[in-house]
Design a protein around this ligand. Sequence first.
Ligand code: NAD
Length: 432
Amino acid sequence: MNNNKTFQDALVRLEDVLQHIRLVDDVRERLSHPKLSLTASIPVRMDDGSLRVFTGYRVQYDDTRGPTKGGIRYHPHVDLDEVTSLSFWMTIKCAVVGLPYGGAKGGVEVNAKELSRMELERLSRGYVRAVADILGPERDIPAPDMYTNATVMGWMCDEYAQIVRRQEPAVITGKPVHLCGSLGREAATGRGAVYALEEWARRRGLVPSETTVAVQGFGNAGYHFARLADRAGFRIVAIGDSQGAIHAAQGLNPDSVMEHKRNRSELRAFYCDASVCEEIPYDRLTHAELLELDVDVLVPAALENQIDAGNAARVRARQILEVANGPVTSEADRILRERGIPVLPDVLCNAGGVIVSYFEWVQNRNGYYWEEEEVNARLKTIMDREAAACFDLAEARSVSPRTAAYLRAMERISGAITARGTREYFNHGPQA
Ligand code: NAD
């Protein structure tokens, strides 16, 4: 644990926004604490016969607006502070885009790359056994996050079905399409972020073909963002992953770079036309250099706390679009604001994933599945509407896009808290 550093920083955003909106004290108090935090030991039999115990977490932050929703992360640095912060952001995010959910998050402290496939499956099933009592389609619905994917969600869904002795696909989203998953879910986070970027570009008069973009993180969110932004005409000039980054001023082709990465496990600037691939001129960059590139749009799509007080003054991008959760600290936010660099916030820009997870849950509960075009069109309707509303509010109130997004979320959450009435008075409180 790092003394709740990230969570305390997340709460700074709450305090910031409370300066712009009048809320009853109950709302502030309720939203400053997670509703339920669970820490569990997960014993896993390894392939060599030994036993290893992993630590897993599930935090349900707030369920006023509906069942809690949020992904499960596998990463060596996962701790309760990180999972709590992520569950807080999920609460805000679901409210920003008007989904009928509260927020949650889960995680396991593990380097998934070191486990065999069978060990990973045993760990994933063990995680579900540890938290099953607090999950459920009407209670808490997990999804993928860093280093978990549709395959892991499939195993988890199966384990849950074994425990409750019935099929319950709506308990988890981001499942494989063959196991009641939704078409369009895989690319939804990146696609939603491109819709947000397009809305912003229209307002700022940015011409996509002249707009250079650097992307940090080339996993589910970063890859699909880069691929779809490239398709929308933006110029992707740099891509980074955990090993480093590549930069080509003429522009990179994300599909070709991914094809090479899949085959060779390394980032190189290949351009493929049909079956013919050739390397184009490019430079190698460090993690730090990627974040400090002179580009129009910087897109952190990997981990939190990437731009902080230490490097915010060196950022040369004209705007930042957050695809990762929490990549810019509150202190960096302040520095960037003073330098006139707008930050388009995570709680809006990466909401495409949870929006299509919501569609998956709706389809599971109806037992009727939509065509991919319908999924994408409904995603676009929500992203266009909510991005436009946030950017309009930011302009009208002269606040940052992040503050505007939080204002819209707080209005919805506090409206729901107030609408639920004063139950506590009747259960434990003073007599009226
Ligand atoms: P992923 O596991 O698919 O990919 C993570 C990527 O980050 C990999 O390319 C990895 O190489 C890279 N990476 C790891 N450490 C790095 C470092 N130090 N520097 C640069 N790159 C690094 O994960 P993902 O699902 O794409 O999630 C990425 C971010 O997006 C996370 O913050 C996650 O919470 C957020 N997010 C994801 C979704 C989703 O649907 N997948 C939805 C909303 C938000």
